[in-house]
Design a protein around this ligand. Structure first.
Ligand SMILES: [Mn+2]
Length: 353
């Protein structure tokens, strides 16, 4: 990876950071970008967003002048490409520069279009790292706090779950996000104080290692409550599961409870210990499919005998072999959804490893 790719030209005085609001990788990427802005003496602004929010965000971007725009942990879907391109090209015509750092799957069309923006636009996509690691390597390679933020993001993004504070940050993010969504508050505002503390002081700014608690005791309590509630909901969802044997693979489909992430339920269901404790005598399924109320599908796996991206591809989606997302559409009858999914999976072997 080239270093120093994002050196700010002299007339650039401001940095706009756009990152993913949904996970620790997006948050920590934004924290690293904030550290970078500080190190360059650039005024810093941040917008945290999710897929579906691009039109609004890049519409705003069109008004920026002489700003270094750094986008992290967001893939570029072709359906939103025109709006993103329009916003960024107007910004560039007003003296802005664009640096886009990501690790998702990009189509050639999307990548070429973003690179064609001009004014030395930088686009770095590397699937081997999480976005925070790319931000660390490209922007702040000698910064210890950025290195730590990247390491924590990697632990959550690759679902290793080996670092306690990484799990805690994931849950903190969920608590803050779900709370803000419920109250229809702006997510960037809701996440700003966590982001600022992480950027200014690193993990030790928010987390007390000896007690394994957040320094913000209210946040800690909200997380305790959230974890208990989540366990209850996941047990209930498991009770309503549907198991189907397809191409000699055990496929388990269940309805996603609200306020629980696909990763949470995937981790919960791929742990044999959890299933044993519940006493249901269930074995871990090869393929886990969660169906959200809006008809979105989450794919996770309990063995390497299946490819989540292959399965998601059959439902207008994609992702990685170990985790992917797709779309079913609105539904009323869960059993009918299960039958439908089973039929599609049985007609195709793209998801068999
Ligand atoms: Mn990511």
């Amino acid at each position: 990876m080239a270093s120093g790719a994002a050196k700010a030209p002299s007339k650039i005085a401001k940095l706009l950071s756009i990152s993913h609001d949904k996970d620790v990788d997006g948050l920590n990427s934004a924290a690293i970008v904030r550290r970078y802005a500080k190190s360059k003496g650039l005024k810093h602004e941040v917008i945290l967003t999710d897929y579906g929010g691009f039109e609004k965000v890049f519409g705003k971007v069109a008004a920026y002048r002489n700003t270094l725009i750094i986008v992290t942990d967001l893939g570029m879907d072709e359906t939103e490409l025109d709006k993103v391109y329009d916003g960024l090209s107007r910004a560039i015509a007003q003296g802005c520069r664009v640096v886009w750092l990501d690790h998702h799957q990009w189509s050639d069309t999307s990548a070429k279009r973003i690179l064609s923006l001009g004014n030395k636009t930088v686009l770095k996509i590397n699937h081997e790292y999480c976005a925070a690691e790319i931000a660390f390597k490209v922007l702040m390679p000698r910064d210890e706090i950025s290195e730590e933020l990247a390491r924590i993001a990697h632990d959550t993004d690759f679902n290793h779950r080996e670092i306690e504070v990484a799990n805690a940050l994931t849950d903190a993010l969920s608590v803050i996000r779900f709370g803000a969504l419920d109250r229809r508050e702006d997510l960037t505002e809701a996440l700003k104080s966590l982001l600022t503390s992480l950027a200014d002081e690193g993990v030790s700014g928010v987390w007390d290692e000896p007690t394994k608690r957040f320094k913000d005791s209210l946040l800690s309590k909200r997380i305790d409550h959230y974890r208990k509630d989540r366990m209850k909901k996941m047990k209930k969802a498991l009770a309503g599961h549907n198991d189907i044997e397809i191409h000699e693979r055990l496929v388990r489909i269940l309805e996603m409870p609200s306020g629980v992430t696909t990763t949470d339920i995937g981790t919960f269901l791929s742990n044999p210990e959890t299933l044993r404790v519940l006493g249901d005598d269930l074995r871990v399924a090869d393929l886990l499919i969660s169906v959200s109320q809006g008809g979105m599908l989450g794919f996770r796996r309990g063995s390497e005998r299946v490819l989540c991206n292959g399965a998601a591809g059959l439902f207008n989606g994609g992702g990685h072999p170990y985790a992917a997302g797709g779309e079913y559409g609105m539904y009323d009858d869960f059993q009918a959804v299960c039958d439908d999914i089973a039929l599609t999976l049985s007609k195709n072997t793209d998801w068999i490893a």
